[in-house]
Write a protein that binds this ligand. Structure first.
Ligand code: ADP
Ligand code: AMP
Length: 225
């Protein structure tokens, strides 16, 4: 059996984490875990967690660590993560990274690599301004870079495309500030552990995908030696 592939996608909001995770999940049959998607599902369903998270999300702030950690720990305990997983949007603080390390260690698991999608702020702003998501499943589009075949209709499930509440320009500025203050320190955190791999996220989605796949092939080879 090949060794587990436990990946983290790190990078600013709009760097293309979700776009890449979706492709990688298909290539490698890894459990795809997006804490942002999980929270949006909770908001939609009106759960207690969703109600508590919404005000933070709408302001472009982070949802408190205790809420995120309970949600992530439960998800990482599910069977489909046993052969490997891709984390998108988690961890986002040093406290979350430490808790993740602890939980995985207790189960004899570890992170294989953290892939940093590097994209400068001015490109992030362009990407987020044009991002559209479908109401049914959150499938991702961009009005210029990755438009749907029919305007405002999801190619995959036919549902309506909308702009996320937290993708409005006044919120995006805060999300970028929060990323630089609270999440970017994880670059050093994973670098110190020898787990960081940098990916040029400014290239087109297919080129980024090819680069990541080549990286994963190398990681697997290293792991099997
Ligand atoms: P994240 O999950 O990191 O927040 P997304 O995957 O949702 O980012 O991507 C943000 C926006 O940028 C989306 O509208 C997506 O279609 C677009 N996008 C993603 N990757 C690229 C890329 N490599 N080049 C151009 N646009 C991209
Ligand atoms: P995302 O879809 O990853 O851009 O996340 C959308 C929003 O959900 C973020 O702006 C945060 O408010 C919240 N969120 C998602 N993941 C986390 C996390 N790991 N820690 C704290 N807040 C999170």
């Amino acid at each position: 059996m090949p060794p587990q592939l436990n990946l983290i996608l790190l990078g600013p909001p709009g760097a293309g984490k979700g776009t890449q995770a979706e492709r990688l999940g298909e290539d490698f049959r890894l459990a795809f875990i997006s804490t942002g998607e999980m929270l949006r599902a909770n908001v939609k369903q009106g759960t207690q967690l969703g109600v508590a998270a919404k005000e933070h999300m709408d302001a472009g702030a982070l949802v408190p660590d205790d809420l995120i950690l309970a949600m992530a720990a439960a998800r990482l305990g599910e069977d489909d993560t046993r052969d490997g997983f891709i984390l998108d949007g988690f961890p986002r603080t040093t406290a979350q990274a430490l808790a993740l390390e602890r939980q995985l260690g207790q189960g004899g698991r570890r992170i294989t690599a953290t892939l940093l999608l590097d994209v400068p702020d001015e490109e992030i702003i362009r990407r987020i301004a044009g991002r559209r998501v479908c109401v049914k499943a959150g499938h991702n589009y961009h009005v210029d870079y990755d438009p749907p075949k029919r305007p405002d209709v999801c190619d995959q499930d036919g549902s309506r495309l909308i702009q996320r509440d937290d993708d409005r320009p006044e919120v995006v500025e805060n999300r970028l500030r929060v990323y630089h203050d609270q999440t970017a320190p994880l670059i050093d955190f994973y670098e110190e552990r020898g787990l960081l791999r940098r990916v040029d996220g400014t290239r087109p989605p297919a080129a980024v995908h090819d680069h990541i796949r080549a990286m994963i092939a190398t990681l697997r080879l290293e792991d099997s030696l």
